[in-house]
Design a protein around this ligand. Structure first.
Ligand SMILES: C[S@@+](CC[C@H](N)C(=O)[O-])C[C@H]1O[C@@H](n2cnc3c(N)ncnc32)[C@H](O)[C@@H]1O
Length: 110
């Protein structure tokens, strides 16, 4: 019944998340391109695994505020390492001018 299916899902997820070799490789690779600490990159990897496991076929991943792209790169590499390829494209957005002011008069996009 459902429980058996759910249990094997959880087992696969646990195995994926415990693959420290893959995780460490990704953390190392993206470090020069992110300002977030290693632990946050590791959490990003876990969240990406969860997201991909629960995604619909045409879903995409979006990062708002990419800076040098390290976190987005982590989401791409996680898919390659844990799923054998990029299953869901990662869309990257940034103002490239820091935090925008949200006063309507100054920025029409707000
Ligand atoms: C803390 S950094 C992001 C760090 C990045 N995610 C990483 O992995 O290192 C915030 C980024 O968000 C961008 N940003 C801030 N406000 C924004 C806005 N309103 N729209 C788009 N990008 C914005 C900045 O230019 C900056 O690159």
């Amino acid at each position: 019944m459902h429980l058996k299916g759910r249990w094997s899902e959880f087992t696969v997820l646990a195995q994926q998340m415990n693959d420290t070799e893959k995780r460490d490789r990704i953390v190392e690779r993206v470090r020069p391109y992110t300002m977030v600490p290693d632990a946050a990159v590791a959490r990003n990897i876990e969240l990406t695994i969860e997201a991909v496991n629960n995604a619909q076929v045409n879903d995409v991943i979006v990062e708002c505020g990419t800076w040098k792209g390290g976190s987005s790169l982590a989401m791409i590499l996680t898919q390659k390492e844990f799923f054998g390829g990029v299953r869901h494209p990662v869309w990257m957005f940034d103002s490239f001018s820091g935090l925008l002011c949200c006063e309507r008069e100054r920025h029409h996009a707000c």
